[in-house]
Design a protein around this ligand. Structure first.
Ligand SMILES: [Zn+2]
Length: 465
């Protein structure tokens, strides 16, 4: 029997989206993460290219977490023949139920819209996948418990492959994976959270590995070091809100429905309870973020808020689920705080609020988290004064703030100090999930500061392990 193991990078190479890592050994194949490409059009078009290997030849998928750039290609994989199990934690499964069905619905709506307005070069325009495909994918999910570094027990064992899931502090249910394959340990960081997140516990310590696949979203950046302390986060956010309210404006927070929305809700309700900001109405205007908040309330063991504090969110915040409730916010004549998805202002209800609020200098738009290049969020944060919305160009007069200290990603200093706790240096590190400059800087930091052998793989690269 040959004992060849190879790792193929099918996404998140030179970019932050489309995480897909294929492990091949002795004629067998498993996939770690199965994400959508997002952001620039040339990246999104990759979702339409044929999968590089026959999906029916992959025997299992292991998911680090639910974000669509890690899970959102699963329904397409299933549509094209994959029929094996998809292993993940309970909370990841619960979140995927919400995210994959929603992604499918958006795909269907977009195809319908394109056909109705004859926008598409393709006739008829088709969705990447349907709600039916998403449901079929969800039927393949199998839940695995978190492992404990002390007991070394694998979460799932399938003959020569065993995989342990360890909490990594990024979002509810997220994990770094220790994949053991033909005697080799391969650690996939997933998206690494931080030691001082408002609602997530700190990541578990890294375990021994021969090979490391590590993310580098913030591989060349530090979160504002003055804002490492929780008190500073509260002070800065309160200051922005108070200044906005005193000029008679409202605050709009474009937010990622999964993770950041809940952290922001906690932060803002806490500010109001501590009387650091006036008693303003707070609205969560995103059906998906509302559903995710409910999942969080069910899984209070996996985050830092106790059961009561978690339930309290539903009392302190008005959840606007229906379109009518959302539209009623347009005629609100008092300062308010509105949280709405999507977090990079690429779609969703937040666009309607931006349309109404961007032109008024009294308002503030407060971004919380990573803004991928090319997105409307990145343009606004960069200070662009004209923004395209619903086929119109809009003058930006509102104040724009970016609270990157609320990011769910570790910065490079935090990543390095997490990695330094590894029992021994890996034989080789592969730096992925970052824009080119970020990944390259992080590769250099691994080389120079830890003296580890690291490289940045290109899309499609195959390495022998
Ligand atoms: Zn993520």
């Amino acid at each position: 029997m040959t004992d060849q193991v190879s790792l193929r990078f099918l996404g998140a190479a030179g970019t932050v989206t489309g995480s897909r890592y294929l492990l091949e050994f002795n004629g067998r194949r498993v996939l770690v993460d199965c994400g959508l490409f997002q952001g620039y059009k040339h990246l999104r078009q990759r979702n339409w290219q044929p999968f590089p290997v026959d999906p029916s030849s992959i025997e299992a998928v292991f998911l680090t977490h639910a974000h669509l750039d890690h899970s959102g290609y699963l329904p397409r994989l299933v549509q094209n023949g994959f029929h094996g199990p998809i292993y993940c934690t309970q909370a990841t499964h619960d979140l995927c139920k919400i995210l994959l069905l929603d992604a499918a619905k958006l795909q269907e709506e977009e195809a319908f819209y394109r056909n109705k307005h004859r926008y598409s070069k393709h006739d008829p325009a088709l969705p990447l996948y349907t709600q039916e495909d998403a449901k079929k994918a969800l039927e393949l999910f199998e839940v695995v418990g978190f492992s404990n570094p002390d007991d070394q027990k694998p979460g799932i064992s399938r003959g020569e492959v065993s995989v342990s899931f360890y909490p990594n502090g990024h979002i509810l249910g997220s994990a770094f994976l220790d994949v053991i394959l033909a005697g080799r340990h391969i650690l996939f960081s997933g998206d690494m959270g931080r030691g001082n997140d408002l609602i997530m516990p700190a990541p578990e310590l890294p375990v021994y590995c021969d090979y490391l696949v590590v993310e580098s979203t913030y591989g060349n950046r530090l979160h504002d070091p003055r804002l490492y302390k929780e008190q500073d986060i509260w002070d800065k956010t309160a200051k922005i809100i108070n200044e906005t309210v005193s000029s008679g404006g409202s605050v709009l927070i474009p937010t990622f429905a999964v993770g950041r929305a809940q952290a922001m809700l906690y932060l803002i309700t806490e500010l109001r309870n501590k009387k650091m900001i006036p008693y303003l109405p707070i609205f969560l205007d995103s059906p998906m973020a509302i559903s995710v908040t409910e999942v969080m309330q069910r899984h209070h063991r996996y985050h830092r808020l106790n059961k009561d504090r978690c339930q309290q969110l539903s009392r302190d915040v008005t959840f606007t689920r229906t379109v009518e409730e959302s539209m009623a916010l347009n005629s609100l004549h008092m300062p308010a705080i509105i949280l709405s998805a999507s977090g990079m202002a690429t779609g969703g209800r937040v666009l309607h609020h931006l349309n109404r609020m961007l032109g008024d200098h009294r308002n503030t738009v407060m971004f919380a988290g990573y803004q991928a290049p090319g997105t409307r969020g990145a343009r606004l944060v960069a200070g662009e004064k004209k923004i395209k919305l619903f086929n119109n160009y809009l003058d930006v007069r509102a104040r724009i703030e970016a609270l990157d200290f609320l990011s769910a990603h570790a910065d490079y200093r935090e990543l390095l100090s997490w990695l330094q706790q590894m029992p021994t240096a890996p034989k080789r590190c592969f730096v992925t999930h970052g824009e080119e400059a970020a990944s390259d800087q992080f590769r250099i930091a691994l080389n120079e500061e830890l003296n580890w052998s690291a490289c940045v793989p290109d899309m499609g690269d195959v390495v022998k392990l």
